[in-house]
Design a protein around this ligand. Sequence first.
Ligand code: 5AD
Ligand code: SF4
Length: 459
Amino acid sequence: MTETPRRLHVITWGCQMNVYDSARMGDVLSTLGYAPVASPEQADLVILNTCHIRDRAAEKLFSELGRLRRLKEARAADGEPMLLAVAGCVAQAEGEEIRARAPCVDLVFGPQTYHRLPAMLEHAARAPVVETEFPAESKFDFLPEETAAPTPVSAFLTVQEGCDRFCSFCVVPYTRGAEASRPVGAVLGEARRLLARGARELTLLGQNVNAYHGAGPDGGTWGLARLLHALAELPGLLRLRYTTSHPRDMDAALIAAHAEIPALMPFLHLPVQSGSDRILAAMNRSHTGADYLRLIDRLRAARPDLALSSDFIVGYPGETEADARATLDIVEAVGFAQAFSFKYSPRPGTPAATAPGQLDESVKDARLQELQALLRRQQAAFNTASEGRVLPVLFTGPGRRPGQIGGRTPALQPVHVEAPATLIGQEVPVKILRGGATSLLGIPAETQFPTSTKEHACA
Ligand code: 5AD
Ligand code: SF4
């Protein structure tokens, strides 16, 4: 007799780490016979992998749970039971609240516990489970080595999780826990498997990835620079990246790695959050605006073509017009290739949430718009400056339009090119015809025919 197939659907919100985690949950569950399906309607187990970093995470979750509850009831009436699970950082922060407000949820588990899914599911079939303790063991030691998910040309690899920095606005130290690094051998092993399955670019992930300090095979502790050097030696690897970094954890070896490792792409996401020293101090960032600018100088000395990206928060409690101006000034001083900017949103349990001087939404809106207008201008200028240049593009999949394939430049700009799909997985010189707001349009450089692609607009 064949067993009934088990069907899994994971809905993922939030950062690249959550995307990676969802894929690893799929790996754990594939050992129980679960295979992914495209919609919750077809699934026996639906997991919502949530993000708590900014606003409205909980509202979004409860509204999605309302929809899934109706689906679950309809399925039960048809004699087809469905299990509903909530994972990720909202689960970690609000586990009991979720169980109380949404009794349809069978299983709530935090980001550190998904290696225990088989046991948790067994229990959840009998009674609801809430698992938000930080376990003593590392989940990475218990994950299956083989992955069920297809390996993309550009793959993520988590090397570090959690954070000890405690920026006053941020929930990560509470939801993801203390900083923990995977051992070097485990990282190299996973990298080799990804490359053997067709990955050409690896992006090392961690909430504070440059704080990496993994146990090395030589018995010593390796920093991120040493890990990058070792990864760069692996056959099949074309490109390396890492994200996200804290300015205070950028050590001399890591800066030098940008000069020494050709595979390390000339792009760095280095959040500064604010340009005002007063606000940076209140945020507990432990660096000033001048420290950040000095760091950028050292990085650019090591790698003159380094493109920079950052995160910004506007409207932090107590932020004045002058503080907001200082953020615009630091943006002007650096010149970013791209950036993410957010209105401050109070996160329960963080020091900033109860700080005096909380600002009106209208003030935050106005400051965000001004900052984003400047960042958009910088990004457009950066993209326009690529016009006419020949850049190496690693093609990763289909492009925006039929007949196009898409890839990324070393500076992470998306590029759309009319070219055969056989080039996917290869790094190819591309002549950039047009630089748009968020992407580029090009043609393969060896075949510089005047093509009709010129008429296609980019974003
Ligand atoms: N409000 C607004 N933005 C936040 N971020 C983190 N916490 C908050 C918050 N409470 C932003 C930071 C961080 C990025 C991942 O999210 O800019 O770098
Ligand atoms: Fe959050 Fe990043 Fe600060 Fe850590 S370094 S507390 S993850 S903002």
